[in-house]
Design a protein around this ligand. Sequence first.
Ligand code: F6R
Length: 587
Amino acid sequence: MCGIVGYTGGRKASEIIYEGLKRLEYRGYDSAGIATLSGGEIFVGKKQGRVGVLESLIGGLDGNTGVGHTRWATHGKPSDVNAHPHCAGKFAVVHNGIIENFAQLKERFFCGVEFSSQTDSEIIVRLLNEFYDGDLLSALKCVADVLQGSYALAVICADFNGLAVLKKNSPAIIGYGKDGNFVASDCPALAGECSEITILEDGDIAVVSQDCVRIYDGDLKPAERGRIKNLATPASLELGDCPHYMLKEIYEVPASVERTCAGYFTVEKKVSEVLRGIDRIIIVGCGTAYNSGLVAKRYIESFARMPAEAEIAGEFRYKNPVITPTTAVIAISQSGETADTVEAAKLALSLGAKVIAVTNAPYSALTRCADAVVPVGAGPEICVAATKSYTGQITALYLLAKTLAGVSAQASFEKLSVMPKLCIQTIENIDVSTLADMCARSDGAYFLGRDIDYAVALEGSLKLKEISYVPSEGYPAGELKHGTLALIDIRAVAVVIITDERLAGKCENAVEQVLSRKGKAVVITNVGGLEKTFEGRAEVIKIPKCDMYLSPLLSAIAVQLVAYRTALLLDRDPDKPRNLAKSVTVE
Ligand code: F6R
């Protein structure tokens, strides 16, 4: 969701902040804005639209200190006035998060006062201005004491040539540059500028100037947070020759699988220690991460014969979950910052469960609270829709389930080692253009499968609706006849995934049911003979044969490419789907 960047140093702040915001645009693209400080005066440029709208404004924003924001709207529609920074008196503020008690605070401190925007964020800058009596630190502390909800704030004050930062339940990092210091929501914003960063903790207040960074805890006691390497490099964020990040990241699926395998060896021992004595697994995640959890449930039940449930993280938190000391919770998150997942993990810990994080983000909130971390080697994922992180998660979860079953990573690796090559073959050889054309012309697409293929069907459906806006659902193939068949007509497309020989016959029935109702059907399969069965009646997309349990690594590529091609046919931006943002740090 929203991205924040701040800089104070020797260069023109607006130019540096603009570059940082471009790298954080995946966190939201409803509006963008920058405020700078020059000669004790604050200058602001902000506008509805993507970060690019700022290009014509930055020339007029002088000063070597400033803050910037790219917004994913929650409270208040996308508009110029709702764009950050928000200003009052001597202050300008950018905010990522949600102030849950903003209405109560407004009533208490500003009764009858008309605000300029409809955002929850404006209350912050108004409060700062209200509490400020020349002592910036104590004004920040007073504001922190009354705010409820989540926030990463970057603040400039006309009286101080630097930045102030406040953090609770939303990510914020400090970056150390050659000629100045930074604040940002995430490491990519600082790629190429800062090789070292500090991750702030909840409750922290930081005061940042060109030569000095002071960090205080919530009681204003100086806090030591340590410095770590910034792993984001400009090269890892470049688009290269690809037209879109989504396609680039699908091409990176084989490397993601390979790196995840390599990474697992470093954590295998720790994971098996944490899993010792465990007799029940709960997997939590949101969206695509939840979908990979559904695959993991099947792995764990099949390999370890241990009961496993997959739960949507936001639901898990509010269902009074049954946790025993022998329960382990596997929390899956690409960003490691998804509020629902992080809070689910914290709840599980508080109830006595062991928590294993499966994530791309080594320094995220999720990794900081987990008992063990299984790294997903996908590298930075910029496209809002998850692709290589999904296949990386599947790889990690396969290895984890094998550990639970007492099988060493070395032994599991034998089956996995052929997969990167098969992923490359899939990317290079399959042709999804007919299916994409059908989806683009359809009223709705139905992704069907059984067992593991059903889990991938859910992911295929999510991917298609998310980036092409074609209405789509995922169903177990056997459920079609229990209701959904009513939606099948000449304008419907069924995408049936069949990678399990045992279930092929049953899935063929679903294809026949669709065809007999005049729907279009396309089969994604590595089971032999289906081209013949459906010759002239249904399109068949062949993916390579592989171990049955690893087929999601290949079928996922097919559904990701279908979504990508459909989005292009419908003239959608696959990297930045409407209304969405990556890394959803609010509930
Ligand atoms: C879909 C997608 C989202 C995320 C979800 C969880 O393509 O990307 O559904 O999977 O928001 O995000 P993480 O994995 O960062 O917790």
